[in-house]
Design a protein around this ligand. Structure first.
Ligand SMILES: *[C@@H]1O[C@H](CO)[C@@H](O)[C@H](O)[C@H]1NC(C)=O
Length: 206
């Protein structure tokens, strides 16, 4: 009994008051940690500003086609975000966003050089997974759509390894978002990357 009390006291000194079994009150964050967090945020901001200042100038459509053309990426982004918030399962996400993506892929495929093949598919998947986030939560989804595009070189020897480089992102957003997310930007960039690739003979499938 005495040992347990000692243990309890030691825990209390380390963690603060017991809220419930094995859960201790967190206490106040010491000022030096707050100062360290502020300094870390300031340093991260400084690095971000430096990197931002060194970014190359965005290119327009008149740039050589083997470069990353920011104007096209921005247009993909505008086309997708002008739909507004796209919650999984909503008309905006399942019908309008899929339509924008499929139309963009069709345009890319139509302009592809004869050396390359651009194929696409829209498929639905259902499943479930659990996360240990917060108190733990289970995620279930049914008939969530994906737009899959594969670009590869036409003809030639078939590659024995059925491998490809996967560029992957989700295009849905949370309900109160402005319709933009880092993943939407990734979708736009993938589209622009595709535009770079399909003009040349693709050696490795994407
Ligand atoms: C954006 O949408 C417009 C209207 O549908 C279309 O003409 C244009 O080609 C699209 N842009 C891209 C990069 O797909």
């Amino acid at each position: 009994m005495q040992i347990t009390n000692k243990k309890k006291n030691a825990n209390r000194m380390r963690h603060g008051e017991v809220v419930k079994e094995n859960v201790f009150e967190d206490g106040v964050v010491p000022l030096r940690w707050l100062a360290a967090a502020l300094a870390a945020c300031g340093a991260a901001l400084g690095v971000a500003l430096l990197v931002d200042a060194r970014l190359p100038a965005p290119l327009g459509r008149d740039a050589p086609p083997d470069r990353f053309i920011a104007e096209i990426a921005h247009e993909h982004l505008v086309n997708l975000t002008s739909i507004g918030p796209r919650v999984a399962g909503s008309y905006e996400n399942e019908v309008l966003a899929v339509r924008v993506l499929v139309e963009a892929v069709r345009r890319i495929a139509a302009q592809a050089s004869p050396h390359n093949v651009v194929e696409f598919d829209v498929f639905s998947a259902s499943g479930a997974f659990s996360l240990t986030f917060l108190d733990g939560m289970s995620n279930m989804y049914r008939d969530v759509q994906s737009v899959v595009v594969r670009a590869r070189g036409a003809g030639g020897r078939a590659s024995p390894a059925r491998s490809a480089l996967l560029l992957n992102c989700h295009f849905d957003t949370v309900p109160d978002s402005p319709g933009e997310s880092p993943h939407t930007a990734a979708a736009a960039h993938s589209g622009a990357l595709f535009v770079i690739r399909y003009r040349y003979r693709i050696v490795h499938a994407i």
